[in-house]
Design a protein around this ligand. Structure first.
Ligand code: C5P
Length: 349
């Protein structure tokens, strides 16, 4: 992968005006968005499947899977930095020293989104252990609203009236999707109302953390010159540490009895790889596109995972109200991205 950020280091404002670049940059934009659609869909389905599959022996501890994904992400990012530095170990060493170890204050800034993402990544497992994949994904679209609010307050972004309207439609849609769930025609099986409430709380909290952490990371990326992979190493470093704290706080006993990787199987490793890939792709999307286009990609993945959940996993029978709600949510996402006058860069610094 080329390194467009390298040539643009002098002035972050210049980078902002140029972004997204018409050639390599826009390719990267669409490639990263496409991979995000694939990754979001497959992660949600495999995670849900892996948490509900009946198996002999202990189920894997989701807190350890979060840590495993962080470690995998760091290794991948180190490899990408190595590749960007002409595959020279010496240059890699120098860059890691100069950009991470010699800039402790700068590195420390990433501890904030790291702690939030760690919480969020754990909440995601709670949500998907208690909600079906489709309900989870549609409700999680509320993060577009929180992302918008944080973008307005932290990036001084201005929203058009279409965008505000789309946020209202979004909230209506999410309400519809949640409406008649616990009746006799309840769409999900094996889900009690108590655990469903817990799943909903988890996903709603994740909406706030996603909005804040996404905008914070976008701000750091667009206001400073470090490469996205360096930023992700810093993020992953803290993410791994906070994740380990989580493992020992919640699953310390189980780990000392059954080991860190108890219950891991191929499916668990698939979830770990998909989650690590997700982190890398989200970072690339924030860098080459922005948080709004990220919303588009996740909406497309809703359509995909609903279809797969219905036809393939058969763990979800959508009611007509669900369909209306889902259509509202998806239309709102597209309306949010609708820009009557094309602008090069949605963020006003
Ligand atoms: O749902 P949302 O888009 O907020 O999910 C973001 C995901 O991407 C989280 O799992 C987070 O840990 C990950 N991420 C990352 N590196 C970034 C930004 C996000 O690993 N730079």
């Amino acid at each position: 992968m080329s390194d467009p950020e390298k040539e643009e280091v002098e002035d972050p404002k210049i980078e902002e005006i140029k972004s997204p670049e018409p050639t390599m940059g826009s390719h990267l934009k669409y490639i990263s968005l496409g991979i995000l659609v694939f990754q979001t869909t497959s992660l949600v389905l495999t995670m849900r499947y892996s948490r509900t599959l009946k198996e002999d022996g202990p189920r894997y501890l989701s807190s350890t899977a979060v840590v495993a994904a962080e470690v995998l992400k760091i290794i991948t990012c180190i490899f990408l930095v190595y590749k960007d530095n002409s595959c020279s170990v010496r240059a890699l060493n120098r860059v890691l020293h100069e950009e991470i170890i010699n800039k402790p204050f700068d590195t420390l800034k990433l501890a904030i989104p790291a702690v939030i993402y760690t919480l969020q990544n754990n909440l995601l497992y709670v949500a998907l252990s208690n909600l079906d994949a489709a309900t989870y994904q549609v409700t999680y679209q509320l993060k577009i609203l929180t992302t918008a609010l944080f973008s307005v307050s932290m990036l001084q972004k201005r929203l058009t009236k279409f965008q505000w309207l789309s946020l209202v439609i979004l909230m209506l849609g999410v309400t519809f999707v949640q409406w008649p769930t616990d009746s006799s025609s309840a769409p999900s099986k094996d889900v009690s109302s108590g655990s469903r409430f817990m799943g909903l709380m988890a996903v709603l909290t994740a909406c706030f953390s996603s909005g804040f952490a996404g905008v914070y990371f976008e701000k750091i990326l667009k206001e400073t010159k470090q490469s996205v992979w360096i930023r992700n190493i810093q993020l992953g470093f803290f993410g791994g540490i906070f994740g380990l704290v989580g493992v020992y706080a919640y699953d310390g006993d189980s780990v000392s009895k059954g080991g860190f990787f108890q219950g891991y199987n191929n499916l668990t490793w698939t979830v770990v790889v998909l989650q690590a890939l997700g982190g890398l792709v989200v970072a690339a999307v924030i860098k080459y596109a922005d948080n709004i286009l990220k919303g588009f990609a996740t909406s497309l993945s809703i359509i995909l995972s609903t279809l797969i959940s219905y036809f393939w996993l058969q763990d979800f029978v959508p009611t007509s109200v669900f369909f209306v709600g889902a259509i509202f949510v998806i239309s709102a996402t597209f309306l949010y991205g609708y820009d009557p006058k094309p602008s090069v860069n949605p963020v006003k610094a």
